[in-house]
Unconditional design. Structure first.
Length: 394
């Protein structure tokens, strides 16, 4: 495995070089996802750094160099540095003092290995010197990365007891990077799965949707169910629902449709609106995601018969999701601009109607307009005449 980080575009950025110069060569190393993803040849999204300097020293050094900072997590040693290319989180080396499985009390440290020892997985504890790109690997992360194996640092059970969310993080990283399963990690996650009940719902939802957003999480979700992890956080998902997720992912691939984690979450639930409401509340989903989940839950076999009508009545996102969940191609409505009924209530009033009759007539015209697949205004006026005439004659 390489001893140096390959040169990538981000490693040569002038704004990052200025940050390194401000903090001081030797006082900063790149760490975590940026290092891991560069070694894998994957796109780098976020850049994190570690330093033996205290947070206030980082702030002062950046200020002297004219670089802005935000104390986003100063109690835990993290300063967000606002570089031209985007934010960089710079965190003081740390060691855990105590933890209750949900949050940790940390102390600042001066030893790089101590900082690495408190991280979750070996592949996330790789450091790189910004100047030389030399790699520092204290726990065999390079070998694990080469084997595509996600392995806890040290004793897996102890690491999970420190932070229960690491169970879900393990499955997310395993779904994203893993090929070889780590037996100790799998057994520890299964044994300690009940600890997930103590986590905040928001943290669980964040990790679950992150797993579902990956290209093909179905095998991982199935393993989570088999190991008793999924029933703790999503007891509504049974074997039929896991099979539905697998089918949905196959449909997405066939339609070249990007995954939507809320649509995939819907596949893991019975098609029932009240169940969707319950799950959305439990996971504390946003109003937007809650409404989408409930809309997806009331899907019908007939949804594919009139996809544009479905999009008009339920919205494009829900319609596309319901088509996918029914095994149909949603591209039939892709790029279709949902029209507005070319008729106003005032025009009906002008025909001599008033009160409740106006809205009743407007709804009747709209229903005919949707059924005829949204004809032009001339046809809408003709529909209005037909409806009014039929009422007069009756």
């Amino acid at each position: 495995m390489a001893e140096h980080l390959p040169q990538a575009q981000w490693t040569q950025r002038a704004d990052l070089a200025a940050l390194v110069e401000a903090i001081g060569p030797g006082n900063i190393r790149w760490v975590g996802g940026a290092v891991r993803d560069t070694l894998l040849g994957a796109p780098v999204k976020d850049i994190d750094a570690a330093t033996p300097l205290r947070p206030e020293q980082v702030v002062d050094a950046c200020k002297a160099a004219g670089i802005r900072t935000v104390p986003t997590g100063i109690d835990h040693g993290t300063i967000t540095v606002l570089t031209d290319g985007g934010p960089v989180e710079v965190t003081t080396l740390r060691e855990d003092v105590s933890t209750d499985g949900r949050r940790a009390t940390v102390a600042f440290a001066s030893d790089w290995r101590e900082d690495a020892a408190r991280r979750d997985f070996t592949i996330n504890a790789l450091y790189a010197d910004p100047a030389t790109l030399e790699l520092f690997d204290y726990f065999g992360g390079l070998q694990d990365l080469e084997a595509r194996r996600v392995r806890f640092i040290g004793d897996a059970r102890q690491r999970i007891r420190e932070d229960h969310l690491r169970i879900l993080r393990y499955y997310r990283f395993q779904a994203r990077f893993g090929a070889a399963l780590d037996g100790e990690a799998e057994e520890a996650c299964a044994e300690l799965a009940p600890m997930l009940k103590g986590l905040s719902r928001e943290r669980v939802a964040m990790e679950l949707t992150a797993i579902l957003a990956l290209p093909d999480p179905a095998p991982t979700i199935a393993r989570m169910h088999e190991h008793g992890v999924l029933p703790v956080i999503l007891p509504e998902a049974g074997a039929d629902q896991i099979a539905a997720l697998d089918q949905l992912i196959a449909t997405e691939a066939g339609c070249e449709t990007a995954p939507d984690p809320i649509v995939r979450l819907s596949a893991l639930l019975p098609a029932d609106g009240s169940t969707a409401e319950t799950v959305a509340a439990r996971l504390r989903l946003s109003r937007k995601h809650r409404d989408l989940l409930v809309c997806l839950a009331v899907r019908e076999p007939s949804d594919a018969e009139a996809p544009k009508a479905l999009a008009y009545t339920q919205g494009s996102a829900c319609a596309a999701g319901r088509l996918l969940l029914g095994g149909k191609d949603p591209r039939v409505i892709a790029g279709w601009d949902i029209p507005q009924l070319p008729l106003k209530g005032g025009e009906i009033v002008a025909r001599g109607l008033s009160g409740a009759e106006v809205s009743k007539t407007l709804r009747a015209v709209e229903a005919r307009w949707v059924a005829e697949e949204f004809p032009d205004r001339a046809r809408v006026l003709a529909l209005l005449d037909e409806i009014l005439q039929s009422r007069t004659s009756s």
